[in-house]
Design a protein around this ligand. Structure first.
Ligand SMILES: Nc1ncnc2c1ncn2[C@@H]1O[C@H](COP(=O)(O)OP(=O)(O)O)[C@@H](O)[C@H]1O
Ligand SMILES: [Mg+2]
Length: 388
């Protein structure tokens, strides 16, 4: 509650400015169930925008822990999307690729005179760091993925970046990280977290960390504990925010399913010249896809695979064989008798001559009745040989 008292004016410290607000909105629209990660990103960005970030360090450094497929990488892409207009505007270093110290030369280059010097640009030079900057946004987004796999040499390099915001290359040039958001991810502790979620009787998870606060807290503590065991205090102390991503429950998966379905629709629009290939999935169809895509061990990864296999791939075949085209509406329903998805076309345009010719006369008459729905494919799993 706010009170006015004489000439003192009450202030609201929870509000953020327009740009930070836009980032928050984009992240909330894209990322489900991980607000604990969204809030510090928005706050650090806000602090940077007004110039209150402590100098000589990156804008912010984050460590994301938690099980696979829960949005650790996706939130970094979504940040790039919001700030730089492109989800691919992330400088990503897979630490697993640099497990051996000699491989570090790929990142920082070799000293002058060594073999390989100047053969190619080091992966972490200033040019690469700045290459996604836009007219108005000069921020670099750097992701060190799976840091538990990093070699000692990579650790030392990382410590320098986190502490001083600079990196010295093989040829002694300095790379400035003071306008970078640094994200680090690790699956550390994920096995213990999944074990907490598994029922005592079998493997099927019966509990939901999004609904059970105490379980959520225990999972968080186990993640941070695993990181403290594995990483040195020196490293842990240089991180601005450690976030343990929660395993996704049914409600979260359902929301992500909605986001992914919209993405498929957007791609369909983009695939046609007048953006008019529409997709309608029935409630039963959605339930089936969601059920096929639910496996808490793999989070939303499994869901995306199910959507690809059962929806996107059949749609690709329908487009390639010209069974559907711009202006059509594709309906997808679940057939309980066959246990599979059925695809239908509701066409608003008269079919082309070839389509009429390819169909028997009785059906041809039927097909010319433009608004009658026609089955265009029997099931999603019976792949037929396509002429294209
Ligand atoms: N919390 C989430 N909100 C929205 N989408 C998600 C979420 N978690 C996972 N996804 C979806 O699943 C995919 C894989 O997730 P990802 O972020 O790569 O997992 P990881 O946590 O292993 O890095 C993402 O590209 C995204 O489409
Ligand atoms: Mg990842």
């Amino acid at each position: 509650m706010l009170h006015t008292n004489g000439h003192k004016q009450p202030l609201d410290v929870s509000r953020v400015g327009g740009k930070a607000h836009d980032l928050a909105r984009h992240l909330r629209d894209s990322i489900v169930g991980q607000d604990e990660a969204i809030n510090p990103i928005v706050q650090m960005y806000q602090t940077h925008l007004v110039g209150l970030t402590a100098g000589g360090r990156p804008i912010a450094t984050f460590l994301f822990l938690g099980p696979t497929g829960t949005g650790k990488t996706r939130i970094v892409e979504a940040t790039a999307e919001a700030l730089l207009g492109n989800p691919g505007a992330v400088i990503k270093i897979d630490c697993g690729e640099f497990q051996h110290s000699h491989e570090i030369a790929k990142l920082i280059g070799s000293p002058p005179g060594y073999i390989g010097h100047r053969e190619s640009l080091p992966r972490l030079c200033q040019e690469t760091l700045d290459k996604h900057h836009t007219e108005s946004v000069k921020i670099s987004i750097v992701l060190f993925d799976e840091i538990e796999k990093a070699s000692d040499a990579l650790w030392n390099l990382l410590l320098g970046i986190l502490d001083k915001g600079t990196l010295t290359l093989g040829d002694n040039q300095r790379v400035d990280f003071s306008r970078s958001l640094i994200f680090m991810t690790s699956n550390l502790g994920a096995t213990e977290m999944n074990a907490m979620l598994s029922s005592r009787l079998g493997f099927a998870p019966t509990v939901d960390s999004h609904k059970d606060d105490r379980l959520g807290e225990r999972i968080k503590a186990s993640g941070v504990e695993a990181a403290r065991r594995r990483f040195t205090p020196e490293f842990m102390n240089r991180i601005d925010k450690i976030v343990v991503f929660k395993p996704l429950g049914d409600a979260e998966l359902e929301k992500i399913f909605g986001i992914e379905l919209n993405t498929v629709q957007r791609r369909l629009f983009q695939s046609t010249p007048s953006c008019a290939l529409e997709l309608h999935v029935s409630e039963a169809g959605k339930r089936y896809l969601l059920q096929e895509g639910t496996d808490t061990r793999y989070g939303a990864r499994h869901l995306k695979r199910a959507i690809d296999r059962l929806l996107v791939q059949p749609l690709a075949n329908l487009i390639a064989t010209e069974q559907v085209r711009d202006g059509d509406v594709i309906s997808v329903d679940f057939c309980s008798a066959s246990g599979e998805l059925l695809f239908w076309k509701e066409s608003s345009k008269p079919p082309r001559q070839e389509e009429v010719a390819a169909t028997g006369t009785d059906e041809a008459a039927h097909i010319l009745d433009a608004n009658v729905a026609q089955p265009v494919w029997t099931t999603a799993s019976q792949t037929q040989v396509a002429p294209v």
